[in-house]
Design a protein around this ligand. Structure first.
Ligand code: KDO
Length: 343
């Protein structure tokens, strides 16, 4: 089988319509990264930057499944732990031609395209299956096209992160949002994330993912929210006392791919990349779901309290907050109903 080999173009980032986005103004300079190996000289280099750890199931699945699947024509070069780009700056890096892939979130997309905040709302997606169905249903097509056309980023597939839970170093039991009053809850640093923190009743404190362990250890924050597999993977359980199973956000990320690189691929290569992305996402999803099932016991063995609060109290408060929020004004007409109607 012969593959049409595509050489990477590094010169001058083609950012097209994105140049008009004020937030990108002032950014400059494409980064030159290549390989010195003559044998690999014609390989497309796919650098991915993410704050995820290399042992996060999405990272493991991409390394185990995505990398070998595209190896005939592309070399997958992940940079975990935000070692290449700071959390939240990856989309701009792709738009500028300085990065080829990231694992992005609707919260990050919403900083550029406000309509994406619909997918940041608490208690919206019901489960992993619902996320996939929504992503593939066609109702997001216009939103995805806008991201491609204006940012040069193609969202290949949806990756399951898990149900976010409130994980605290404090001891008082939490039953309702009122019990979170005054708790400094670390949230990732975008408006949509901070809104979620306040909708839960807490006092949200923005902080990059890579800083969370130390902040919990020193008491700079009282807690954080993430799915159980992340709490174990990043060892947050070592520096916290309880996990409140609020399941307030069935969290997802999208595998983001440079549209410029995509357009340079042959149709066959595009098919391979797409299938590899879907397969990696599926493997990561199944492993993440299995971990979510078993980890409550593990944390209890580690001495943490793990319990369900009054979920209805959280759901009601959070949903009401979103519906009354300024975010909701940017949601495409009828989309909430369409999402809810997907079985
Ligand atoms: C986090 O910063 O809490 C978060 O869970 C947000 C997600 O959108 C995602 O970026 C994730 O971090 C990273 O991939 C690290 O797991």
């Amino acid at each position: 089988m012969t593959h049409h080999i595509v050489r990477r173009r590094f010169a001058g980032a083609a950012i097209g319509a994105v140049a008009s986005l004020a937030m990108l103004a002032g950014m400059s300079g494409a980064m030159l990264v290549g390989t010195s190996s003559p044998a690999l000289a014609d390989q497309i280099v796919l650098r991915l930057s993410s704050p995820a750890t290399p042992t996060d199931q999405r990272a493991v699945a991409l390394t185990e499944v995505f990398a070998p699947a595209v190896a005939d024509f592309a070399s997958f070069e992940p940079h975990w732990n935000a070692s290449l780009f700071r959390q939240g700056t990856e989309l701009e890096a792709i738009a500028r031609g300085n990065l080829e892939m990231s694992i992005t979130s609707p919260q990050e997309l919403a900083t550029i395209f406000p309509e994406w905040s619909i997918f940041t709302a608490g208690y919206l997606h019901r489960d992993a299956d619902h996320q996939v169905k929504v992503f593939e249903s066609g109702i997001m097509d216009e939103m995805k096209e806008r991201v491609e056309d204006e940012l040069g980023v193609k969202l290949l597939t949806v990756m399951y992160l898990g149900r976010r839970q409130v994980n605290l170093r404090t001891e008082d039991r939490i039953e309702t949002p009122d019990d979170l009053a005054g708790i400094n809850l670390r949230m990732p640093g975008t408006d949509a994330w901070l809104f979620l923190g306040s909708a839960l009743g807490a006092n949200p404190t923005p902080l990059a993912f890579t800083e969370v362990y130390t902040a919990l250890q020193t008491g700079a924050v009282d807690g954080q929210d993430n799915p159980l597999p992340t709490v174990r993977d990043s060892k947050f359980y070592e520096v916290t006392r309880q996990i409140v199973l609020t399941s307030h956000l069935v969290d997802l990320n999208y595998l983001a791919f440079s549209k410029r690189v995509w357009d340079e691929l042959t149709e066959e290569q595009q098919g391979i990349v797409q299938a590899a992305a879907d397969e990696a996402a599926e493997l990561g999803r199944q492993r993440q779901l299995a971990l979510e099932d078993e980890l409550a016991d593990y944390f209890e063995e580690q001495g943490l309290e793990v319990y369900e609060p009054d979920i209805e109290a959280f759901r009601t408060r959070v949903q009401e907050a979103y519906l009354a929020s300024e975010f909701a004004a940017d949601w495409p007409d009828g989309m909430l109903e369409q999402i809810n109607a997907i079985e």
